[in-house]
Design a binder for this molecule. Structure first.
Ligand code: AMP
Length: 452
């Protein structure tokens, strides 16, 4: 496949030639026609695969010159660094195209950004919080958005931006193309897709990186969390063998819980990263681990993504990831640079299905090992492992007939509040015929003057 095979136009083609790119990357080849067709798309690709061009090439190919000032393409990314990076990539591609690109992010003066927005633009790259603030201030009009790209959506959700995304969806035109890129699939990402995407096409490229032959894969069947901890303690006691170990868990709470346990068992040898830790804390943890000050690092899938740490002797999957791609990303952290890596997978009874999906994806059965006899099998269960008991015939619970009836007076209409979700703002605007936004200083200023 060459760039000539993609249906590009001359300005794009020339820009690519100037950049010196010879062939499109696999994700670019796969994404081009699907994104160009206008369908909703979910792409699974990591940074470094050329994913930014994968969505920008078809978008720029079909973005017509326009004099209107409201943006038509919106790209949402989780961090300001990424805003800067994506803007620069778009500018490179737009060398011979007359379009206006702007990047906005929080932590900087909003008024400067308002002025920039007011100049008019075609493509807006933004972090969710700042985008919403600008939209609420009404300087930024989103009614002309035709294409919404959400990049690194897994990181975005892990950083807790779900609510902000919902608010943004609410003020975007309903007729639009949704394009989403994520490096890992998580339950949160899956839910977002089902809720907001219309029959999306999934684009996925084979996980690149370390060839599997470089990694020795083994697994254990382990009944529960505490037995997993006991097994881990047994393994990690061999400090010469397990000298730089990355331990993966599925979610933040589990990361903290395991970190606390390991701190007890191996004081001062362990660090942890997940998205509830501050950037500084995370950087410090990674530094301590890669410099060898700490031998063990506990990490969640999403946060471990950007890690580029050499000489990881073992990757331990403390749980079995639901999405087999995540397993591939995890184990790719060991066995780098031609060195032999080693990975262990712990699976409970419940996790066997997920384990089978992983084996099916690799077309390989992972060698199963027996838990050593000295490892104690625990019966104690953590909250998530306990069976959920639903109470029936609970005598203290109120029955239907005990529920209080309606009050003597019907409530007046104005007191009947209903939760209107995100459209509340619109309802209020309709009612008062003018915007009611607490955050808009200029609006408040204007009106103070009027009131005087
Ligand atoms: P990304 O995955 O979007 O973060 O891109 C990773 C890097 O690859 C960026 O610096 C791009 O400029 C570069 N890149 C994108 N597409 C190609 C290509 N077809 N050939 C060579 N480099 C590329």
């Amino acid at each position: 496949m060459t760039f000539q095979d993609l249906n590009l136009n001359t300005p794009l083609y020339n820009a690519i030639e100037d950049l010196g790119f010879e062939t499109p990357t696999p994700i670019q080849t796969e994404a081009f026609n699907i994104i160009a067709s206008g369908k909703d798309v979910v792409g699974i690709a990591q940074t470094g695969t050329g994913k930014t061009f994968a969505y920008m090439l078809p978008i720029l190919r079909h973005l017509k010159y326009s004099r209107q000032d409201n943006p038509r393409v919106l790209v949402l990314v989780p961090t300001r660094e990424l805003v800067v990076q994506v803007v620069s990539e778009i500018q490179k591609l737009s060398k011979y195209i007359n379009n206006r690109v702007l990047g906005v992010y929080g932590g900087t003066n909003i008024n400067t950004q308002k002025q920039a927005v007011a100049q008019g633009l075609d493509i807006l790259v933004a972090t969710p919080g700042r985008l919403y603030d600008l939209a609420v201030s009404r300087v930024l009009q989103l009614k002309s958005i035709q294409k919404l790209v959400i990049d690194e959506v897994d990181v975005m959700l892990d950083l807790g931006f779900r609510h902000q995304l919902m608010n943004i969806f609410d003020i975007l035109p309903e007729r639009r193309q949704n394009i989403m890129f994520s490096a890992t699939m998580t339950a949160d990402v899956d839910e977002l897709i089902t809720d907001f995407f219309i029959n999306p096409t999934k684009i996925q490229i084979a996980v690149s990186g370390t060839p599997l032959e470089n990694i020795k894969q083994q697994r254990y069947n382990v009944p529960n969390f505490y037995t997993k901890v006991n097994l881990l303690e047994y393994l990690l006691s061999d400090k010469d063998e397990f000298s730089r170990v990355l331990i993966f868990v599925a979610y933040k709470k589990m990361a903290d819980r395991l970190f606390d346990k390991l701190e007890e068992l191996f004081p001062g040898e362990c660090c942890v990263i997940h998205s509830n830790k501050t950037q500084n804390y995370r950087l410090r943890s990674i530094e301590q681990f890669s410099e060898g000050k700490h031998r063990l690092l506990v990490a969640t899938d999403v946060m471990a993504r950007g890690l580029d740490i050499d000489d990881v002797t073992h990757v331990i999957n403390f749980d079995t990831p639901d999405y087999p791609e995540n397993y591939m990303h995890r184990i790719g952290r060991t066995g780098r640079a031609e060195k032999l890596g080693h990975t262990l997978l712990f699976s409970t009874e419940k996790e066997q299905d997920a384990r089978e999906r992983i084996e099916a994806l690799m077309q390989l059965d992972i060698d199963s090992l027996d838990i050593p006899e000295t490892v104690e099998i625990s019966n104690e269960l953590i909250e998530e492992e306990r069976p959920q008991i639903r109470e029936r015939n609970n005598p203290t619970k109120r029955r239907k007939e005990d529920v209080a009836g309606p009050a003597f007076h019907e409530k007046k209409d104005k007191n009947k509040k209903v939760n209107l979700g995100g459209s509340y703002r619109r309802e209020i605007a309709k009612k008062y015929k003018k915007p009611k936004t607490r955050g808009d200083k200029n609006y408040n200023k204007r009106n103070k003057k009027k009131r005087k």
